[in-house]
Every structure is written in C-alpha cells, then in structure tokens.
Design a protein around this ligand. Structure first.
Ligand code: SF4
Length: 477
C-alpha cells in the first residue's frame, strides 16, 4: 500500500480557493480583526492614524496593531520574525490582507506607540467589563520581575567604581616607578620607553577622572547603582534567587475570571509602596467607590493601608512585622494591652494606664510606658525591666484592621495565590517566552507589557466565551 498522497502543485481548480475559505469561521484571527476595527485606533492616539494627502501612504496603525497582537498571542515578538511571518503565514496573510510591512516599519510602530498600546490594553479591559467578565468583587494585587535588555555585567555600583579606582591608582603608581627607573637609566634598552610610559599614565589618569565623575554623578543623583545602556531599569532580586537587571511589573487581577484589569511597569525593587497606587488604579478602572483587595506580606505598609482605608478600599494583607515576644512569650504579650484612642495610651492587664512617652520617627512608632510597675503584683508576668514599655506603629489601626480581616477570612490568601499565579505564569512562559523584554527603556518596557497583557486577556476571554460568541458580540456592536 502506498503513502497518503497530496494534490499536485500544478493542479488547477475550477473554483479557486479564496484566502477567506482557509480561515475557520471562529478562528482567533477573525476576533483580532473585528476587535481592532471596533477599537478605533485614532482615538487611542496611535501615530499616523490620519494619513496625509501627500507623500507615500503609511501603513494603517490598525493593521500593525493586529500584527503585533497576533504575534504576542503566538510568541512571535521580534520585528524581523513578524516580517517573515507576515510573508508566509496564511493566518497573517488573511489578517493583514496580504500586506507585508518590513521589519523597520513594524519595529517603529511598537517603539513610537507605547502610550497608545497601553490605552489599547485598557480598551480591551473595557470590553471585558461590558461583557460582565469583570465584577470587581475581589482584586488580587501582585508583582513580578521581568528581565530588562541589559545584563548584570552592565551594572555599575559605587563599590564597583571604588574598586576600579583602586586598580587604576595601583597601575599608575607602578608605571610611575617604571618612569622613574627610565629617567635614571637613559639609553638602557631593557627599560621601557619614557614616551610610551607617559602616554599610558595619561590614559589611566583620564580613566580615573571618568570613574571619579561617574561616582560623583551617582552621589548627586542619590542612586545605588546605574545600568549602562538601560539607565531606567534596576538591579532586582528575583524569586528564582540571583538578582538581575529587571522591571517590577505590578498587576491587579479581577477575581471573577482572572483577567488583568490594570498593570504598571515600575523600577521599584520592592512591592512595599505599590498597594495604594495599584488599588486606587483598580478602583478607577472598575468605577467602584468600595473595593476589596488582597496582596501578600510584601505589600504590608501602614501608611498605604491607612490611605486605602480612607479611600474605601478594604485590604487583606498579612502584617510583615516581627512579633518580638516579650520574655520569649512567657510575659504578657502586646495584645493583652488595650489601646485607648481617646486618651492615647494603653490599659495594661493590671488596669494601669501606659501613657505616650516618646515618638520614634525613624521607626515610625510611638513608645508608651507604665510608671507604677514597681508595686504591681503582676510585674513578674509582665516585664523583667523596671517599667513595661509597649510600642505602637503610627498606622497601627490600619495594620490591625488588615490583620483582623484576614483572621476572619483566612481563605483569602489561598484565593490570592490561585488568582495571581496564573497570569504571571502565562505571561512569562506562554507570551514572553523567557520573561525577558526586548525593548530598552521604561517606555519600551511599557509598550511590550501592554501588548503582553492585552494578549493574555485576549486569550483568556477567547477561552471563557469562545471565539464564535465574541465574533457575534463584536459583529453586532
Ligand atoms: S508591670 Fe506595669 S504594665 Fe505590667 S501589669 Fe503591672 S502595672 Fe501593668
């Protein structure tokens, strides 16, 4: 028996097959096509959205947005690869109506339209809200590190500069000794040439001046390190262990279907100052006066929890503070002292009052102290010192509320994990390949993350509703 045979390449056809017939009715490219046409790229601020009357006609930004969205959905991110795919990939030939932009046009589009891409990403979140896929009942906030373009070798720190200066100084000193020897033994061929030595010393001195000015500049800018070629990115610790030059990408994920409703690319190595801006941004996206958010202990920040409380945001965040048990837990613990907000002090287990003693501004706390401990019958259970002290964080009430909420609903942390792990896992493994961005600078990182998040949400909605249903909705919109 022979093999299965294909059709002859030279076989003619009575009814030629059109490109459209090769693309299924509910294919994802049809969804991309309809959604991008519906979004009206001109309103989002894409460059060249209005063609000029003169000169060579540009590509429609809508077509280039379709190309990029298709690319990010299929792990094709480089402009050269997209150029190749546009020439041979039948789905792209259909999507772009056989347009074949070159890689420079493709690359320029992404580089020039960072903000418009962010707005396109937001427009899709708006579409999700219209379809009731986002309910805003619970929002999980989390951050993850995405590699920047520069490698760790490009990082310059003050310590590295100091070591470099020491090395140059040692070499200059060594050459000066050799220059001295050359001065003393003129005509001796074994001694290096004086002119050559002087040039080398001058070159090293120039290098040292550069190192000194770089150090001074870092002092002036108050930065711990600088990344050559990627000055806006920072060296950050990653969950995998070693630090890398990266961006800290923050995301707010809606609890209903795990859609990312807001994201930000930041250069902050820690999540500690991100709770309030992310929660408030999610609140704006959802248009809700009240919001419940959940985040891990890295977001525990008294001032930000306080600000959230005042803005109608109930945050579930585990406190990230040392317990500091008194007497290894054998003595009265802090929770046995009751705070009296009106009198600004604590009532101790013996019924005595601990008044405010000192504000510790650096530690952002206030120390309260008792004054009658000497005669107290409970003293041996309370303190080994002369008097008992109790400290209170400046935003203790907000930290306490967050802790109390978690104690009342411990499942929230489990919900948080299941919500935030999926988006970042998908972004890193199925959209960005290795979790490393291709464009330099904060604007480049923002453009790429906007496309990646748009692709993530797009795929997710496609899985939830099905392409056929989305096509139906978009076609009637
Ligand atoms: S030792 Fe002082 S603080 Fe402790 S219970 Fe007695 S009076 Fe109160």
């Amino acid at each position: 028996m022979g093999f299965v045979q294909g059709e002859s390449r030279t076989q003619g056809s009575l009814f030629p097959v059109s490109l459209d017939e090769l693309i299924g009715d509910d294919h994802l490219v049809r969804v991309i096509d309809l959604w991008v046409d519906r979004v009206e790229v001109g309103r989002l601020g894409f460059a060249r959205a209005q063609p000029k009357h003169t000169g060579r006609p540009p590509y429609d930004p809508a077509d280039l947005l379709k190309l990029y969205l298709y690319g990010y959905l299929n792990q094709v991110r480089s402009s050269r690869k997209l150029e190749r795919e546009a020439q041979r990939n039948i789905e792209l030939l259909w999507l772009l109506r056989q347009l074949r932009p070159d890689f420079k046009t493709i690359a320029n589009f992404r580089r020039e339209n960072g903000q418009a891409l962010v707005l396109a990403c937001r427009a899709f979140v708006g579409f999700c809200r219209e379809q009731s896929l986002v309910t805003g009942q619970l929002v999980a906030i989390d951050g993850s590190k995405f590699g920047a373009v520069a490698s760790k070798r490009k990082v310059i720190s003050k310590a590295k500069l100091a070591r470099e200066r020491e090395r140059i100084d040692a070499r200059i000193a060594q050459y000066l000794v050799e220059l001295d020897a050359a001065d003393r033994s003129e005509g001796d061929e074994a001694v290096p040439d004086q002119a050559q030595l002087s040039t080398t010393i001058a070159r090293l001195k120039h290098q040292r001046d550069n190192v000194i000015s770089a150090h001074a500049l870092m002092e002036e800018m108050d930065v711990a390190h600088h990344v050559q070629g990627e000055p806006e990115a920072r060296l950050m610790k990653t969950a995998q262990g070693p630090s890398r030059v990266a961006w800290n990408v923050q995301s707010a994920v809606d609890g209903e279907h795990g859609l990312i409703i807001h994201h930000e690319v930041t250069d902050e190595a820690s999540d500690n100052r991100q709770l309030e801006p992310m929660a408030k941004a999610a609140q704006t996206v959802l248009g809700q006066a009240e919001l419940t958010v959940v985040a891990d202990a890295g977001y525990s920040n008294g001032a930000q929890l306080d600000a959230c409380e005042r803005s109608g945001i109930a945050a579930f965040v585990p406190p990230n503070r040392a317990i500091n048990n008194q007497g290894d837990g054998a003595l009265f613990q802090k929770d046995q002292f009751v705070f009296d907000a009106q009198r600004d002090g604590y009532h101790c287990p013996a019924g005595q009052f601990l008044a405010r003693k000192q504000a510790m501004h650096k530690r952002r706390e206030v120390i309260y102290a008792a004054t009658v401990c000497g005669a107290c019958p409970l003293k041996r259970q309370c303190t080994n010192a002369k008097y008992r002290h109790v400290s209170r964080h400046n935003h203790e009430a907000a930290l306490e509320s967050a802790r109390a909420r978690l104690e009342a609903d411990p499942n929230k942390m489990r919900e948080r994990r299941s919500l935030v792990e999926h988006p970042f896992g998908t972004l890193k493994t199925h959209i960005l390949g290795n979790g490393r961005l291709l464009l330099r600078g904060a604007s480049g990182a923002r453009a790429e993350m906007a496309l990646a998040v748009l692709a993530y949400n797009f795929r997710r909605v496609s899985n939830i509703l099905g392409n056929g249903r989305i096509i139906e909705v978009l076609a009637t919109a």
